[in-house]
Design a protein around this ligand. Structure first.
Ligand code: ZN
Ligand code: FE
Length: 257
């Protein structure tokens, strides 16, 4: 049976996501920004929380862990490299570790950059990727704890995954990301189409996650730092892709639009 997924808006622009295995009733939440809406979603479905899958240590991803742990006794899974910063961490994971939610089999990919130990959770048979603050719809996280080149390496790894993955990221930043993306890649038809689709979804009050990995590869400038057109647009034709990526990231930080 395929996984059941529920997207839970939390705080001002965070998402938590429930993954439920109908075969066993196991249910995991990816990240815990705020316990109240997560508990409400679980109670609405009649699901019991068995696991909390943490992508990284930032407060807006872990501050709900203590309350959820207290209420459900759920197993907390998270990056070993951030073990000191993830509350109640039961299962520290590293690259390649399996993560099972009942009969749903996933694995951990380390994607350092936004934080030094950030992990994402890939459920390949289910075509699901939970990308936290590494890869956003049409954007990526800020490299707070690593050199931009490290994040670029992590994003290159993600873009090599199957194009049919549904990508669930940790924030609703899509329209701002799209405006920036168009500023550096103005002639990209796939990007224009995705901006239009995202604008329509937001107008209806709906999330812009998940996105399709193939669409990200076609339109997300942070997966396209080795595209000659983007390098040319930045005045960096022939420069190493890591340099183009760092320039993209710097411009995004300063972008007002
Ligand atoms: Zn973060
Ligand atoms: Fe975040």
């Amino acid at each position: 049976m395929p996984a059941a997924i529920r997207i839970i808006p939390c705080l001002s622009d965070n998402y938590a996501v429930l993954i439920h295995d109908p075969a066993t009733d196991a249910t995991a939440v990816v990240d815990a920004p705020d316990p109240a809406p997560i508990i409400a979603a679980l109670e609405k479905e009649g699901w019991n929380l068995t696991q909390i899958l943490v992508t990284h240590h930032h407060a807006d991803h872990v501050q709900g862990v203590p309350a959820l742990k207290a209420k459900y006794g759920a197993t907390v899974v998270g990056p070993k490299a951030e073990a000191d910063e993830v509350p109640y961490l039961d299962v520290p994971v590293v690259d390649g570790d399996p993560v099972a939610v009942g009969t749903l089999v996933g694995r951990v990919l380390e994607t350092a950059g936004h934080t030094k130990g950030h992990v994402v959770y890939l459920f390949e048979d289910e075509h699901l990727l939970f990308s936290g603050d590494t890869l956003f719809t049409l954007g990526c996280g800020r490299p707070f704890e690593c050199d931009p080149a490290v994040l670029w390496g992590s994003l290159q790894r993600l873009r090599a995954l199957p194009g049919d993955l549904s990508v669930y990221s940790g924030h609703e930043y899509t329209l701002a990301n799209a405006r920036f993306a168009l500023s550096v890649d103005p002639d990209n038809a796939a990007l224009k189409a995705q901006m239009a689709a995202a604008t329509a979804r937001r107008a209806e009050g709906r999330p812009t996650i998940p996105s399709l990995m193939a669409d990200e590869v076609a339109a997300n400038p942070f997966l396209r730092a080795d595209d000659p057109g983007i390098a040319a647009h930045l005045g960096l034709s022939g420069a190493p892709s890591a340099e183009v990526f760092a320039e993209l990231r710097a411009r995004k930080n300063d972008f007002k639009g």
